[in-house]
Design a protein around this ligand. Sequence first.
Ligand SMILES: *Cc1c(COP(=O)(O)O)cnc(C)c1O
Length: 804
Amino acid sequence: MTTKRLVDQITKKLKTERGKDIKSASNKDLYYVITSVVNDVVNGDWMVTQDKYKKKKQVYYLSMEFLVGRLLESNLLNSGILERANEALLKLGFQPQQVYEQEHDAGLGNGGLGRLAACFLDSLASLKYPGHGCGIRYRYGLFEQRIIHGHQIELPDYWLKEEYPWETRKIDQAVEIHFGGNVHMHEKNDGTLEFKYENTDKVMAVPYDIPIIGYRNNIVNSLRLWSAESTEIDTDHLTSQTDHYYHQLDHKHSIEQISGFLYPDDSHFEGKTLRIKQQYFLVSASIQHIIKEYKKNNRRSLKYLPDKVVIQINDTHPSLAIPELMRILMDQERYGWDEAWKITTSVMAYTNHTTLSEALEKWPKGMIKDLLPRIYMIIDEINERFCKGIWFDYPELRDKIPALAIIADDQVHMARLAIVGSFSINGVARIHTEILKKKEMKDFYYLFPKRFNNKTNGITHRRWLLQVNPNLAKLVTDVIGPKWIQRPNDLIGLLRYTKDSSFLEKIGQVKNENKRILADFIHDRTGITIDENSIYDIQIKRLHEYKRQLLNVFHILHLYNELKDNPSLDITPRTFIFGAKAAPSYHLAKEVIKLINQVASIVNNDKDIRGKLKVVFLENYNVSLAEKLIPAADISEQISTASKEASGTGNMKMMMNGALTVGTLDGANIEIRDFVGNNNIFIFGLNADQVLDYYQNGGYIARDIYNTDDRVKRILDQLNEGAFGSQEIEYKDIYYNILYHNDPYFVLKDFDPYLEIHELVEQAYRDKNAWNAMSVTNIAHSGKFSSDRTIQEYASEIWKLKKY
Ligand SMILES: *Cc1c(COP(=O)(O)O)cnc(C)c1O
C-alpha cells in the first residue's frame, strides 16, 4: 500500500464510516479510520492463520491479566505500514502521535505479570507460533490514579466507554459456566459413577477476540477475552410480581459483575468470593473452548490431547484449570480417574511469579465447596491421592505432609495444586528459580526434580525499542544493519562501536533529544521545569515496600539536607522521576506516595537548592507513560530488597534504551550484570543469601544504624516530626515501621552502600564518552532479554511447539 493509496483510503473511510471530510475530522475520527484500515489489512491473514493452525499443536496462555496498553502504533509497525501511515497523516495535516494517543490505554493488568503476558503474545505471533491468550474482558481496567494534595485518588477506568475497535464479539462461541448448586452421584448400570449437577447458577461467557499481529509475517494470532453475561431471562417462572422482576435484574447485575473489574492488587492475595468466581469463569470458559476446538480439528480421542494442546497458567490465578479439565474429562467425556489425570498432567504447565508470602493464594475450603462443589470434590481427591503417595512412596517426607498437602488447615493451597497438577514448573529468573528449588518449594523439588525449570522473563524489543525509541533504533540500524529486528541477539554487534567516539557522540545526542522531549512533556503535565542536562534518575513500577521507593526518597532527602547545609556544594544536577500506583488498600504504599509528592514540592520550590535537584511524581503510571519515560532514562532504579523481586522487566526495558542500572543483586538484575559486566552496571547492597540469612537467624538491628549514622537519624527524625519547613505533615507510620518493626526491607542497612554507588554514578556521568560507551554496552546485550528468546525457550523446552 503506497502512501497515496493510504491517503485515498483514509479520506474515503472518513466519509463512509465517520460521515466526515478531512476538514471536519478530529484526531479521534482519524484514529478510528486508521484502525479500520489496519483491520482490513489484517482480517484476511487472521482467518488464514487460524485455519492453518488447525492441525498443529497449540499453546493457550491463561492469564487473569493482559496489560496490552495501546495497540494502534504497534499494529501499524507489525503489519509494516507504520511509516506510510505517519506520512499519510502528516500529509493530511495531522500529528501521528496525537492520533495514536486517542486510543484508550487498555489496562487489564496490574504490572509486570500482565505486561509479560502482552509481550509474550507479540513474540508468539512474530515467531509464528500457534499460541493464543485467554483472559477476562474486565469492564473496568486498573484504576486511573490522580494525585490530589499529594494523595493518591483512584478513579474508575471505564475503558469501554467508546467503542474498542480491535475486538470482535463472537456470540456464537459463547459457553455456559455453572456455579453453586448440588452434586448428585449415582452408579450407572455398568458400575461407573455418574455426577449430576442441580440448581446451579448459570453464567454465559461471551468471547471477544483481539487480533495479535506478528511482525511483518502475515501471522495473526488471537487474544480471547471472556465477558460474563446472564443467560436469557427465565420466562418459565415469570409472574406478575414486580419484586420478582427486580430480583432478576439484581441477579443479572451480579452475574455481569464477574467480569466487572480487575482487582488492583499486585503481588498480593485478596480472598474475596468475586475473585475466585473470576478465576473459575476464565478457566471454565477457556477449557471448554479448548476442548471444542480440539474435537473440531482432530478426529482422535481426547487421550491424545497432549499431542495438540499445552496450557500455560500464568501464576496460580488460573490453576483451577487443573480440576476443571479433570471434571470435563471424567463427567462429560467418561474417562476414569487415572486416564484423566494422565491427560491433565501432560497438558498443564505452571509459571511461578513470586515467593512473597502475602501473595500466596489460599482459599477457605468452605468457599470453594459452596461455590464449586464438584471442583472441590476433585481437588479433595487429587489431594488424597497425592498425600497417600507421599505416605507410601516417600516415608522420609511423612512429617512434611501438612506442609505439602493441597488442602490443609481448612484452606486450599493453590500453588501446591498447580505444582502437583503440572508437568512443568518454572520460575522467571535464574535466582528466583534457584530460590524455589532450594527454599520455597524444596520438598516439591525433591518429589518432582524434572518438573522445575527456569525461563528468564523478556520484553518485546519491537515495542520497547523499535516503536518507542525510533531515533535510537535508526542509529543502531545505521551501524549494524536491520537484521537485529528479526534477531535481537545481533545487537551484540554494537560492542564494536564502544570505542568509536563519533558513534558514542550520536548515542549521546539521541538520548539528549529524548530527554528534551520528556522535559517538555513534564512541563506540560506538571508545570515543573527540569534541567535537560541533569541526570534523569527514574524509578517506575508498582509501589511496594519490597521495591523500596523509600530508599530512593532517603537518598533524595540526604542530598537535600547536604545542599541546605552547604548550598554551594558541587553536585551534578539530578532529576528524580517516579511513577507508581499503590493498591487502594495498601496504607504504607500510599504514605510513600504522599512523601514523594511532599518532598517534590519542598525540593522543587526551595531557592537554596538552585535547581540542582528536581523531583517529579508523574501520576497514573501505565504502559503509555512507560513508553514516554524509558527512552529518556539515564539511570534505571532497580533497588528491591535482594531475593524479593522474582525477575523484573522494567530493568530490561530501560537497559535496552541505554539507561544504566543502579540495582541490587536481585531478579534479572543478576543476569544483566553477568552479561554487561560489573563495569557497566552499578550494583550495591545486601545479596539474597545475606537477606535470607538475616530473616532466618536474626542479627540485624535497624535502631543501631539510626543511633550511629547521623544522616539516617536526621532523615528519620524529619519524617517523625514533620520538620520540613512550614508543612506539617508527618510520617509516623513509616518511621515506626522502620524503627519498631525493625526495617523489614533493609532500607537502613542498604542506605550507606546506596549513597556510595550514587557517588560513583555522579563521577561516571562527568565523562560523557565513557558513559555513552557503558550505555552502548547495555543496549548491545539487551537482545538476550527480548521476549523472543524467552518464548523460544518455552516453545522448545516446555511446549514442544513447532513454528508455523
Ligand atoms: C514493565 C512494566 C511494569 C513492570 O515493571 P517492574 O519494574 O519490573 O516492576 C509495570 N507496569 C508497567 C506499566 C510496565 O510497563
